[in-house]
Write a protein that binds this ligand. Structure first.
Ligand code: GLC
Ligand code: MG
Length: 250
């Protein structure tokens, strides 16, 4: 057995089936102890909402925490975002105020709570019905104003606006390079739109849990890859299935 880099989304991926989570946590912490496997959480949540979940579900302490859809990285339990990553994603000339002002033209965009408005992330609720029309219009208006951003829509309800050169996948690449972990020794797991970047960024092994949302499944079927496994089981049960499929747990 050898160490690997385990990266997972939280809501409806790692978390959602308490019994399967207990089994997975046991196997992962053993693997970490015996072989030095590293654990990374890649979540859309702010650090504040992450801490609530971590306490409620007794999550294992990760080696790194990627928050706010890949726009913040916290290493080894630090509560200060990694300055190298922040500097890197700020390079495109991020203008938060102008993004907020531009978004105000769309009545369908409903601001998410303050805790989820982050230095490099502006977030709204947007219904599935309105999304098809609003997203392309918003995207072109932002572009016309010279804003170099990326729009990510998840679970048919959340719209995040981020700097162009940030997302969960790019944050994982940053960590992989720092830690010198090969992509084939890396596995990424997810269930929704903001996880597409985890699966599309490179040669990593990917696990899509059985309860994945429509936008991720649609992307999965239109971008086939034999490095990606679609599990039968939901949440942590699906992760266990995928880790066994790729032989990470032996
Ligand atoms: C989490 C965040 C939210 C974000 C969503 C999708 O729920 O709290 O702000 O929009 O993930 O990325
Ligand atoms: Mg999720």
């Amino acid at each position: 057995m050898s160490p690997f880099l385990f990266v997972t989304d939280l809501d409806n991926t790692l978390v959602g089936d308490d019994q399967a989570l207990a089994t997975l946590n046991y196997k992962l912490s053993k693997h970490r102890q015996e072989y030095g496997t590293k654990l990374v959480y890649a979540t859309g949540r702010s650090p504040e909402l992450y801490r609530l979940l971590a306490t409620e579900k007794s999550l294992l302490e990760p080696d790194a925490l990627i928050c706010s859809v890949g726009t913040e990285i916290y290493l080894n339990g630090s509560d200060t975002a990694d300055a190298g990553w922040s500097a890197k994603i700020a390079q495109g000339g991020w203008n938060r105020d102008l993004i907020v002002a531009t978004s105000a033209h769309f009545a369908d965009l409903v601001a998410q709570p303050d805790s989820e408005q982050r230095p490099f992330k502006v977030s709204f609720f947007l219904t599935k019905e309105a999304a098809g029309e609003v997203i392309p219009q918003l995207e072109s208006l932002l572009q016309n104003r010279g804003l170099d951003v990326k729009l990510i829509y998840s679970t048919g309800q959340d719209l995040d606006i981020l700097p162009r050169h940030s997302d969960k996948g790019l944050a994982v690449q940053f960590l992989r390079q720092q830690w010198e972990v090969a992509p084939e020794k890396t596995v990424v797991c997810g269930d929704s739109g903001n996880d597409i970047a985890l699966f599309s960024s490179g040669q990593e092994r990917g696990v899509i849990v059985g309860n994945a949302s429509a936008e991720l499944l649609e992307w999965h079927y239109s971008n086939p890859s034999d490095r990606r496994y679609l599990a039968q089981a939901a949440c942590a049960g699906g992760i266990l299935e995928g880790l066994n499929y790729f032989g990470f747990l032996g």
